[in-house]
Design a protein around this ligand. Structure first.
Ligand code: B1M
Length: 211
């Protein structure tokens, strides 16, 4: 089964094979969520465990991430295709000090697929840059991603900066997510929403623009 082969190809850091297999699966009509979750993300979870156990190191983790990014680029048109008029604008980024972007990119693609205009500021984003971009793009939501435990205080600073109304955009809401984040932390730092995964992030974003 090719999804299992995609999983193995990520574990083998074989970017070309991932691209080939993802293309094959798409052409065969396999569900995008299956390719993503059972193929690529499941493999990254193994990579994370191997890194924690010390059996692989940063270069291997990076190669696996690059293979997944290449596969995601093929899935992108399927995730973002929408003829709908924008339902809101989201400024998105990974917080200062954090270079992880696969989950953020996925959240961005799914938000676009749900009809949001997404302004992606990338990785390692300063609180003031979130504030500036929210004002510049008249954003409804500032969405913050973070994967490291050390990202949590940075997230708190960014949420506080946006809530302080810097840039004059007092209607801007904040949404947070990433593995170290949970509902309780989101509430504690005063974020307006939390998403455990990309589909939940889309649900929360829809709720935030409705309220
Ligand atoms: Co890093 N890394 N990494 N890493 N890395 C983790 C996160 C880690 C858990 C691995 C481990 O130890 N087991 C660990 C963090 C430990 C901790 O702090 N608790 C870790 C570490 C320690 C590090 C370094 C410090 C390693 C070092 O240098 N010694 C270093 C830090 C660099 C930095 O950021 N300053 C580092 C570097 C890297 C690479 C650059 C090599 C690479 C990232 C490449 C890239 O992103 N372009 C990398 C990778 C690939 C990982 C793992 C293996 C995979 C992350 C990933 O992409 N997952 C990761 C272990 C793991 O997660 N299993 C690990 C798939 C992605 C789809 O999931 O991002 O969780 P995720 O996103 C999900 C949800 O969280 C949610 O939706 C997404 C989709 O459903 N979500 C949101 C995310 N953002 C959201 C925002 C929302 C809502 C939902 O609303 C706004």
């Amino acid at each position: 089964m090719a999804t299992e082969e995609i999983y193995q190809a990520v574990l083998a850091y074989d970017e070309d094979l991932v691209v080939e297999l993802v293309t094959e699966e798409i052409n065969a009509g396999v569900d995008v969520g299956t390719i993503l979750n059972d193929g690529m993300i499941a493999a990254l979870d193994v990579i994370g465990r191997e890194f924690s156990e010390g059996t692989i190191f940063v270069p291997e983790m990076l190669m696996a991430a690059e293979a997944v990014q290449a596969g995601l680029a093929i899935l992108r048109p399927r995730l973002v295709d929408t003829g709908a008029k924008p339902v809101g604008t989201v400024v998105l980024g990974t917080v200062r000090g954090d270079l992880h972007d696969i989950g953020k990119n996925l959240v961005g693609m799914m938000l676009e697929g749900a009809g949001f205009r997404v302004v992606d500021l990338g990785i390692d984003v300063n609180p003031e840059d979130f504030v500036g971009a929210a004002a510049e793009h008249d954003a409804d939501i500032v969405a913050l991603s973070g994967l490291l435990t050390t990202s949590m205080p940075e997230m708190e600073k960014a949420v506080a900066a946006v809530a302080a109304g810097g840039g004059g955009s007092s209607k801007v809401r904040t949404m947070v997510g990433g593995p170290p984040i949970n509902e309780e932390f989101a509430e504690k730092i005063g974020a307006d929403g939390y998403g455990v995964d990309a589909p939940t992030a889309v649900e929360r974003a829809r709720e935030l623009v409705r309220t």
